[in-house]
Design a protein around this ligand. Structure first.
Ligand code: FAD
Length: 321
């Protein structure tokens, strides 16, 4: 039975997390001898872009280019993916762990009577039973989940697998499905994109500020660096509580959990509740004037210094690259 991957896209590009899911699916398929990896993409996106899923390991992309799927109605997405899953005779669905992925995966688990394992970090162990390792407790521990169902849905944690890029372009096939959006309770009347900025949960680089930034009037320093790096901006909880920054930028146990390739923390002490939201980052850089700040223990690189001196220099240095 083949492995199907649900790929997400935004602003005309397939998301990197979905390409990671394709790479995971390819490795899984090779391990299980499960045949080719097929991806499914929904809504408007250029087929040349979808063909790039081949570099990550997909042999084919099924493109359901139905306008009704552009509205982002999750029930419609789940229905479309379920139809493609049955059509290709898949046994496993792989997708990226994300807000959309979570919502679609839960519905698919019911529709396909499948076992759903989320936050997967490794290929399953298939010697004695099918066991999947997943990240739990905001990245502090791992659990091994035994899966007994025939159909399986694996939601892969961001940055947990290496992105493969050496495959050939995938063949893209347009598929027409019978999806009636009127059947679904959710109606999206209109959508509005708040800013042109990089979205925090998806960002590959995050520059985050804490109380050490002293006030909202100084956030230009964080934004300048973020702009040069193509990064999203984040903040600690007190910063959003006081109203220096909007709540959707609050990172941590009670806020957004991020897993970027690079997390730069400026004037943040590194309380355990903040670390819970960032400890899946690949590389953490801490800028703090207190050499004893707990965040340095979690840092890959640290700069002991005043943010108001370090940030402008760092931004200039990035500009000069
Ligand atoms: P502070 O602790 O005040 O630290 C400021 C840091 O800035 C210090 O390390 C200081 O040395 C440094 N600094 C000061 N001036 C400068 C300068 N000029 N240059 C460089 N560095 C400077 N917090 C979160 O962030 N996310 C959460 O999700 C979260 N959830 C919580 C849930 C619960 C139930 C509780 C009890 C707390 C939670 N908190 C959370 C709060 C958390 O415990 C900390 O209080 C908070 O993270 C501290 O924020 P901060 O580091 O910005 O501020």
């Amino acid at each position: 039975m083949s492995v199907l991957v649900y790929i997400e896209h935004a602003d005309g590009s397939v998301k990197k997390t979905s390409l990671e899911a394709v790479s995971y699916a390819k490795a899984l398929s090779d391990k299980l001898g499960a045949g080719e990896v097929i991806a499914v993409a929904l809504g408007s996106i250029a087929q040349e872009e979808l063909a790039k899923a081949g570099h990550a390991g997909a042999a084919k992309v099924m493109h359901v280019n139905d306008e009704k799927l552009n509205a982002g109605i999750i029930q419609a997405h789940a229905e479309a993916v379920a139809q493609v899953y049955r059509k290709v005779g898949a046994g496993t669905l792989v997708l990226a762990k994300s807000s959309l992925g979570d919502a679609v995966a839960a519905r698919l688990a019911v529709k396909l009577d499948a076992a759903l394992v989320s936050n997967v970090v490794e290929l399953p162990e298939t010697g004695s039973g099918y066991k999947v390792k997943r990240s739990i407790y905001t990245g502090k521990a791992f659990a091994e989940t035994s899966v007994n169902k025939d159909h399986k849905i694996l939601a892969v944690k961001k940055n947990a697998v290496d992105l493969k890029t050496d495959g050939a372009a995938a063949a893209v096939e347009t598929v027409a499905l019978d999806i009636n959006a009127d059947n679904f309770a959710t109606k999206i009347i209109s959508t509005d994109k708040a800013t042109g900025e990089v979205l925090l949960p998806e960002a590959d680089i995050v520059v985050s500020g804490g109380r050490g930034m002293k006030g909202p009037e100084n956030w230009g320093l964080i934004e300048d660096l973020a702009k040069e790096l193509g990064a999203a901006t984040g903040c600690s909880k007190p910063v959003s509580d006081i109203g220096w920054r909007p709540h959707h930028e609050h990172v941590g146990q009670t806020g957004v959990k991020v897993a970027p390739t690079l997390y730069i923390a400026v004037g943040i002490s590194g309380a355990i509740q903040h670390l819970a939201g960032v400890n899946s980052s690949k590389c953490i850089v801490v800028i703090n004037k207190d050499a004893e700040a707990p965040f340095f223990k979690a840092a890959d690189y640290g700069i002991v210094g005043d943010a108001f001196e370090v940030l402008p220099k760092l931004t200039e240095a990035v500009k000069a690259l």
